[in-house]
Design a protein around this ligand. Structure first.
Ligand SMILES: Cc1cc2nc3c(=O)[nH]c(=O)nc-3n(C[C@H](O)[C@H](O)[C@H](O)COP(=O)(O)OP(=O)(O)OC[C@H]3O[C@@H](n4cnc5c(N)ncnc54)[C@H](O)[C@@H]3O)c2cc1C
Length: 517
């Protein structure tokens, strides 16, 4: 998919550089009308002359690009508002990164009031907002971060009530969060949420077309609205007119090695990647080519707990993420801790790489399992060689090739820190619900960073309108989910992507439906 898309992009000969140079040509192009934007420098040998089609092959009311959380939530709300919604999805299956996601959803509350039920302390919209902004090193837009935190709870309740979503009876405190607010759906995979959203969207009349790749966005002129799309459907090129609105929900670009390298050379091609193969950035590039602003594209996240060899993020790989609030311990190959387990993903990833020894391990014991998942999941993980189990810590150390005496000493010390409520080594905040690892069986899982999330993307405002390079909304164009930028800043807190996608997807859909067809 990457190669194909890179080729497609070259064909159009529109690059970011030409977009920037081409800003001076905007007036001239606007005057011509009837042409797609040509943002290349005047006289450029590579000037893109994509002409607006003389006739359309099909006319649709409202189109959404992408069938993940953001696209499905947008579809549901746009359909509710009276739009006739079609989702275009380039892959043969729906759901993108959303369907393979780990099922972790941050919300300060929920209709079951799990935090109160389990006596897990305080939380609020304010605290969630603050953690989100601080966790992104203050690069995130505070207005958008607040909308995420505020909308997370009603969006979760909506999926529970109308979509049939079910949650596990646990709540986790995860890296960078100061409260227990990370919810997990029953199957522990994003499909729980996509199926709930799909049920709501399809129930309201939205439809989906798989194997339909968007290959260009048509905009009338520099101030004008988006008017249509060029697509490749079942191998055939088509031009589709859009009457009401276009919503971009095409996800991130973690699989687009060229784009990754262009934006952040430190994310070298050798890194594994947790994403589905369609997570490429062509829609960001096509949007830039019609004048849409993009921001913070260099902020790319590594997931610190991916399977070390292939980089997959399977169900065992979520345990190290869920565990810190209940006392999971991360150790290097020497059997020593190397970071506070409650640190953010970027900090943990860097600390892992700094050990200079691949992989690192998460260590936990039997009593922690119900706090992080289920016995069945762990049994399956053992059968696949993902979890290693032993009756004693020394035996566990031997099985994974760590010095037994050092691992025993590390866990004993950590147990003492929990009793003392103070971690003199890494200053981890200790809570009352963290479990002392005093009896077996004990478990280990290997972990290593892999490319996971692109925080940067298209600039949007609070109405999820896509913003152009001059700061104005592009008429009839909306964006939501990982394709957008500026919400998470330099680092996204784990569990914040689902609420981001669902909350802004809902906003985009609601506002798109208000456009006059
Ligand atoms: C393995 C994994 C686990 C994760 N776990 C969590 C978690 O537990 N909690 C959390 O909050 N976040 C998690 N994340 C992050 C989160 O899943 C993503 O940020 C989120 O799924 C993005 O949703 P989206 O709707 O924006 O995009 P996606 O779900 O990726 O959907 C975008 C869709 O657009 C399609 N598309 C792209 N370009 C085109 C085109 N040109 N034409 C047509 N279609 C196109 C893609 O094929 C894709 O299907 C995880 C991510 C991964 C990869």
């Amino acid at each position: 998919m990457t190669d194909e898309n890179v080729k497609g992009e070259n064909k159009k000969t529109v690059s970011r550089r030409s977009l920037l140079k081409g800003a001076v040509a905007l007036g001239a192009v606007a005057a011509t009308g009837g042409f797609a934007l040509n943002l290349s420098a005047p006289g450029s040998a590579h000037a893109a002359q994509k002409k607006m089609p003389a006739k359309w092959d099909e006319t649709l009311d409202t189109v959404i690009i992408g069938s993940g959380f953001a696209g499905l939530a947008a579809a549901a709300e746009a359909a509710k508002g009276g739009a006739k919604v079609v989702i275009f999805e380039k892959m043969p299956v729906y759901g993108g990164n959303s369907v393979i996601n780990g099922g972790e959803y941050n919300s300060w509350d929920d209709e079951l009031h799990l935090r109160e039920k389990h006596n897990l302390g305080d939380d609020s919209v304010d605290l969630h907002t603050k953690d989100t902004i601080k966790g992104g090193d203050f690069y995130g837009n505070p207005e958008l971060a607040r909308i995420l935190a505020e909308g997370a709870t009603p969006a979760l309740n909506w999926m529970l009530d109308d979509g049939g979503l079910k949650l596990r009876d646990i709540l986790n405190r995860t890296g960078g969060h100061t409260a227990y607010r990370t919810h997990t759906c029953v199957e522990g995979v994003g499909r729980c949420y996509t199926e709930a959203l799909r049920k709501i969207a399809e129930g309201r009349g939205a439809t989906m077309r798989l194997r339909t790749e968007v290959t260009w966005i048509w905009r009338q002129d520099t101030d004008g609205p988006v008017v249509g799309l060029e697509v490749k459907e079942n191998g055939k090129k088509k031009n589709i007119k859009i009457k009401r609105a276009l919503i971009l929900a095409s996800g991130g670009f973690s699989r687009d090695i060229k784009m990754r390298q262009d934006e952040n050379p430190s994310i070298v091609p050798e890194f594994n990647c947790t994403n589905h193969m369609g997570a490429t950035g062509e829609i960001i590039r096509y949007s830039q080519a019609i004048g849409c602003d993009a921001m913070q594209l260099c902020f790319i996240q590594l997931y610190p707990y991916a399977e070390p060899e292939k980089g997959i993020l399977d169900s065992p790989a979520v345990y190290p993420f869920r565990g810190p609030g209940y006392g999971i311990v991360y150790v290097n190959k020497k059997g020593k801790r190397f970071v506070s387990e409650l640190e953010r993903r970027d900090v943990v990833s860097r600390a892992e790489i700094a050990t200079g020894m691949k992989p690192t391990y998460s260590i936990f014991h039997e009593k922690m399992i119900p706090k992080m998942g289920t016995k069945e999941e762990v049994e399956k993980g053992i059968a696949r060689g993902r979890f290693v189990k032993a009756d004693s810590l020394a035996e566990l150390a031997q099985k994974i090739g760590l010095p037994p005496d050092v691992l025993v000493d590390t866990i004993n010390k950590h147990n003492q820190y929990l009793k003392d409520k103070k971690d003199p080594e890494f200053n981890k905040p200790i809570t009352d619900v963290m479990l002392i690892m005093d009896e077996g069986p004990f478990y280990a899982i290997a972990q290593w960073p892999a490319v996971h999330h692109t925080m940067g993307g298209l600039r949007i405002n609070a109405m999820a309108q896509a913003i152009d390079i001059w700061g104005k909304p592009i008429p009839r164009l909306y964006a939501a989910g990982e394709v957008t930028g500026g919400i998470h800043g330099a680092n996204r807190l784990g569990g914040n992507a689902i609420p981001d996608c669902v909350v802004f997807g809902r906003i985009a859909g609601t506002n798109a439906a208000k456009e006059k067809a």
